[in-house]
Design a protein around this ligand. Structure first.
Ligand SMILES: Cc1cc2nc3c(=O)[nH]c(=O)nc-3n(C[C@H](O)[C@H](O)[C@H](O)COP(=O)(O)OP(=O)(O)OC[C@H]3O[C@@H](n4cnc5c(N)ncnc54)[C@H](O)[C@@H]3O)c2cc1C
Length: 466
């Protein structure tokens, strides 16, 4: 389908102004620039930006874009790391940041309904005031929206116990690419009627529908949390401990890991109390009723100890817990300083294959002469693989592509998946056909055609060229 590539028709802009009002649209290049990029550092100028403030406006804008064949990219706060929010086909960016009302908070039914421009942090604050939380907890909570979290299938450290976005949404209100209004899901915690469009729209990266409202499934905040830090001689020992921890009955609410290369990087950047022989570390938290936590923490600590364990420290209070987190928290700023343009992947392998996978990454690092630093959500086998490349260094860039391909092939050969929480966007689009067979991709294209027959929604994302 050929869509408007350059200037938008004056009639389109007039009708758009009638829907949102002149004050809520932008056509000046300087005003459009902030909506041209996301955290992938890619950029492409949209021809216009409109700020929707209500579901009906979204519906009318989608219908208008259908009529004029204008590409439409829904946008939360542009923190996507994959280029999914970059308007590569130009057209209209539909900014949802002003759809930021909490519509209903219902503690008895553990549900919070909000517009999708609400930030993750604001939703957490609203739920937290009555002792609840919404489990998806990306580090970007303060500057990412519930709509963006849904669209990317976001997660965070607590996913090991509480799941990701897909596991924590009851219902959605949305407008399909064809301009149809729909409500998906149920208000109850059980529901077995028909196809599950809620889970379909979650992770669809704005390619099927614009989600305007979401009913989030809340969880009561635990009464107490315990933090442990376990240090290992090498990643193999740490990975074996992860397998032991995940195979016993107490599920930790956080189980994060850092490999040797990350530890070396932290040492060069910040003061640390890590023992000299540290070759990997795990940060572990257990939560629940205060009276039961001694036993739960002891069970997890026992599983954490074993061959290759150098030390385990348990925090006695919140201040000590903060100190145990220091090394993990020093990592992101260290990486940003040392390799601001690194390639950051978020692959997932079965927990039992983590040691093999990290070992293979070590081999690939040597083979391609690229420094690779790994950390992530060990309890899910979700590994942030960072290739520390300098885009100005052509040799490194030439090596990065085949190295990445080998990393992805290794992941898939281990029954893993190419993204645990960041999604596909532009970055992983060329690799979709590595993970999915032709028949599955064709079915996905069929779903896309059904929801968005004219292909106006976020074109050029997620699905590879046919
Ligand atoms: C420093 C940093 C840390 C991060 N940490 C994490 C992390 O720990 N875990 C994690 O999972 N991610 C993380 N991310 C990635 C990012 O924050 C998430 O993907 C986030 O969910 C995107 O939200 P957003 O509002 O910024 O969406 P945007 O970037 O604006 O959009 C992302 C995608 O969602 C679509 N979209 C947005 N709103 C809607 C809507 N209402 N309806 C339909 N489609 C929509 C867009 O079209 C686009 O495809 C991090 C990013 C940064 C920069």
């Amino acid at each position: 389908m050929q869509m408007a590539a350059s200037a938008l028709a004056p009639q389109f802009l007039e009708q758009l102004a009638r829907i949102v009002g002149d004050a809520d649209m932008r056509t000046d290049p300087a005003d459009r620039l902030p909506y041209a990029y996301d955290n992938s550092r890619r950029q492409a100028q949209p021809q216009a930006v409109a700020f929707a403030t209500a579901h009906a406006e979204v519906r009318d804008i989608v219908r208008l874009c259908n009529e004029f064949l204008v590409p439409l990219v829904p946008r939360g706060l542009g923190s996507s790391t994959t280029g999914s929010a970059v308007p590569v086909a130009g057209g209209l960016v539909l900014a949802l940041e002003r759809m930021n009302r909490i519509i209903n908070f219902d503690p008895a039914n553990r549900a919070l309904t909000c517009e999708t421009g609400v930030t993750n942090s604001t939703a957490q604050e609203a739920a937290g005031a009555s002792g609840f939380f919404w489990p998806p907890d990306p580090t970007s909570a303060a500057y990412s929206t519930v709509g963006g979290n849904l669209a990317c299938g976001a997660g965070g450290p607590h996913a090991v116990k509480y799941g990701t976005t897909r596991d924590n949404v009851l219902a959605l209100r949305a407008v399909t690419g064809a301009g149809q209004e729909l409500r998906t899901g149920v208000y109850t915690t059980k529901g077995a009627m028909g196809y599950d469009f809620t889970r379909l729209l979650i992770g669809s990266e704005g390619t099927l529908a614009v989600v305007t409202e979401a009913t989030l499934k809340l969880t009561p905040k635990p009464e107490a949390v315990r933090t442990l830090r376990a240090v290992y001689a090498d990643m193999e020992a740490a990975a074996a401990a992860v397998s032991r921890i995940m195979a016993q009955p107490v599920t930790p609410c956080v189980l994060e890991f850092i490999d040797r290369a990350s530890i070396d990087m932290i040492r060069g950047y910040a003061e640390t109390d890590l023992p000299q022989e540290a070759g990997a570390l795990l940060l572990i938290e257990v939560d629940g009723m205060a009276a039961q936590l001694d036993k739960a923490a002891a069970a997890v600590e026992a599983a954490a100890r074993g061959a290759g364990c150098v030390e385990v420290r348990a925090a006695r209070d919140a201040q000590e817990a903060g100190a145990l987190w220091t090394s993990r928290k020093a990592l992101s700023p260290a990486l940003r300083k040392i390799a601001p343009k690194k390639i950051n992947e978020d692959v997932v392998v079965p927990v039992s294959r983590m040691a093999d996978f990290i070992g293979r990454l070590g081999e690939l690092s040597k083979q391609y002469g690229l420094q690779i630093v790994n950390f992530g959500h060990a309890g899910n086998g979700n590994i942030h693989v960072n290739l520390l490349v300098d885009p100005e260094n052509q040799e490194q860039m030439n090596h990065a592509e085949p190295c990445l391909k080998e990393i992805f092939q290794t992941v898939l050969s281990m029954h893993g998946t190419l993204s645990g929480e960041h999604g596909v966007g532009l970055e992983k689009r060329p690799f979709m056909s590595l993970e999915f067979d032709a028949a599955t991709l064709e079915l996905m294209r069929g779903v896309k055609r059904l929801f968005d027959p004219k292909g106006i929604l976020n074109p050029g994302k997620l699905l590879p060229e046919n």
